[in-house]
Design a protein. Structure first.
Length: 248
């Protein structure tokens, strides 16, 4: 059984209670739930929540919500707890603040699982120098086989010859991609992952996927040309609202 599970933690440092923030009169979490229902109707979907208010909003709208402990250190642990109740053999992890996930992205993750990946994720090419330099835009460098070599908030690779002068064209041709917060796991590997101790690099970069690489496991990375908008700040809400104006 394959399931989509979206960890949905209400507390947020940069944007408090963003999952309940109204966008055109509808909470963000419902934008995500409705998008998932439209883009992946053939896969069972669940939200792993930590607050009764989020659970109520989802259930009242007809979506599956599972209450999880509020003290999980990261979304992966919340995902694992939820799957102990669901019992899926493989899981696609869509973030609860990603309202533009696509059928193609979900299909790419599913395909990597079917090809034997224990863990997979997605990335998209950079287009702007400003995004490449932004520490909130996570970079991932890939091997020739499509496995992640490293994730970083820093602008990698470092353009030693022209760091101050390079522009959008160099960024677009760079072998490093912008990481998207979409993952897929085999259930047995998810349990292994959550049992691993926090890594030193993970603690520094605040990127939990580095724990996998630090312990010698592989992460398969699919490249998509369908970038998403994750809602991390109030500015991201404005960008999403502008998108909605264009498509409606």
């Amino acid at each position: 059984m394959l399931a989509i599970i979206a960890p949905a933690r209400l507390a947020s440092t940069r944007f408090p209670e963003k999952l309940l923030h109204p966008i055109q009169g509808k909470p963000l979490i419902l934008w995500v739930a409705e998008r998932l229902a439209a883009e992946s109707a053939d896969i069972e979907r669940f939200f792993a929540v930590d607050d009764p208010r989020v659970e109520r909003v989802l259930r009242d709208a007809g979506h599956n919500a599972i209450m999880t402990r509020p003290d999980h250190p990261c979304g992966t642990d919340r995902l694992a707890e939820a799957n102990e109740k669901i019992g899926a053999d493989a899981i696609i992890n869509v973030q609860g603040d990603e309202p533009l996930v696509t059928r193609g992205q979900i299909g790419a993750l599913k395909e990597m699982l079917e090809q034997g990946a224990a863990m997979a994720t997605l990335a998209t090419p950079f287009a702007k120098r400003s995004d490449f330099l932004d520490p909130n835009q996570v970079k991932v460098a890939l091997s020739e086989q499509g496995d992640a070599l490293y994730f970083s908030r820093a602008p990698i690779p470092y353009n030693r010859d022209d760091f101050d002068g390079f522009g959008d064209e160099w960024v677009a041709a760079s072998p490093t991609y912008r990481h998207l917060g979409l993952y897929a796991y085999q259930a047995d590997f998810l349990r292994t992952y959550c049992a691993l101790p926090q890594g030193k690099l993970e603690a520094i970069e605040k990127l939990e996927q580095l724990r996998v690489l630090e312990n010698g496991y592989a992460i398969k990375v699919g490249v998509t040309h369908e970038p998403s908008i994750g809602i991390d700040t109030a500015d991201d809400v404005s960008a999403f609202e502008e998108y909605l104006k264009l498509v409606r």
